[in-house]
Ligand binder design. Structure first.
Ligand code: GH3
Ligand code: MG
Ligand code: MG
Ligand code: MG
Length: 304
């Protein structure tokens, strides 16, 4: 099996204080999975953070940080809270098993392990994980344009609001609304309107192309571009690129009162979040006010 096929079958982190146990589990899994291992709890947490495995096989009894403490720490960090954990342990009383499941373990395998049982239980958990990941991705994506949806935007702006606020970094928001889109639909039809939204969304993504930028469909023909760690000057630069990208698309809008091409108006807000006394609604309100101004000033422009 090639490396990429192994990656398809999931990355598994095996945690056990006895190398012998790691070797047994590794032998059972290595043909179909990429296997990482850790000999203690704190190394396991570091690896989980850095490598984001799809599944963790966790020994319950370890010196220092035991399996329950590791599980608790995994659940507490947002980056690792979604990783399923199977407890692998010689403690097999119903109390032990319930305690592991109550702590948030997805499953429980007793030692000495049987390779076929390990493989079957791992497959089940990886399937569940894959479905959960797909469902989450779907719940955060706009189905027409493929960009983030309003829910994803709300999650992200609140996180960035707190993160940039704590670090005293600026953040910016551009709210964009397509000009005279109702007339576009009326003239070219709703399907052409849909195709247009897809093209426009891609143009926004080209204009805001850093890894931390987020383009989201905010409403019907409204988009939000969230620019963490960006000041007013950087945001204006992105807004100008949006105007240029849309002009380059050259989508005809024969019945627009303000331009022969499809255009967008934008409102920009940029500030260092005062996250202790205000919420991200402050930023959205400011961008919305500026958007209103851009419309009033004649459209196909940005205001701040
Ligand atoms: P303005 O320049 O003032 O923004 O005018 P507008 O016509 O764009 O504004 P208005 O809010 O009156 O109309 C928005 C239009 O966007 C109406 C609606 O049919 C269209 N729209 C919203 N969502 C979709 C969609 O998913 N597909 C299509 N094709 N049209 C949509
Ligand atoms: Mg042990
Ligand atoms: Mg609108
Ligand atoms: Mg509009």
């Amino acid at each position: 099996m090639s490396w990429s096929e192994l990656a398809l079958n999931g990355r598994i982190l095996v945690v056990d204080d006895a190398m012998e146990n790691i070797q047994i589990l590794h032998a059972a899994l290595q043909d179909a999975h990429e296997v990482l291992f850790a000999l203690d709890g704190s190394r396991a947490l570091d690896l989980a953070q850095a490598q984001r495995p799809d599944l963790i096989l966790l020994d319950a009894v370890m010196p220092g940080m035991d399996g329950y403490a590791v599980l608790q720490a995994l659940r507490a960090a947002p980056e690792t809270s979604g990783i399923p954990v199977i407890f692998v342990t010689a403690l097999t009383s119903p109390e032990d098993e319930t305690r592991a499941l109550d702590a948030g373990a997805a499953d429980f395998i007793s030692k000495p392990v049987n390779a076929a049982v390990v493989r079957a239980r791992v497959r089940t958990q990886l399937t569940v994980k894959r479905q959960a990941d797909a469902l989450r991705a779907m719940s955060l994506t706009d189905s027409l344009t493929g960009v983030a949806n309003r829910r994803a935007f709300s999650e992200r702006i609140d996180n960035e609001w707190r993160r940039c606020g704590r670090a005293a970094l600026p953040m910016a928001l551009i709210l964009a609304d397509i000009d005279h889109f109702k007339l576009y639909n009326d003239h070219y039809g709703h399907q052409a309107g849909d195709a247009c939204l897809e093209q426009v969304a891609r143009a926004f993504c080209r204009a805001a192309n850093r890894a931390q930028d987020l383009v989201a469909r905010y409403g019907g023909e409204e988009f939000a571009i969230l620019l963490p760690e960006t000041d007013a000057c950087g945001a204006r630069c992105v807004a100008q690129r949006v105007l240029d990208e849309l002009a380059a698309l050259g989508i005809a809008h024969a019945v627009s009162p303000t331009s022969a091409l499809l255009t967008s108006s934008m409102g920009i807000a940029a500030l260092v979040p005062d996250h202790r006394t205000q919420t991200s609604a402050t930023l959205i309100r400011a961008a919305d006010g500026a958007l209103y101004q851009a419309k009033a000033d004649g459209r196909n422009r940005y205001c701040m």
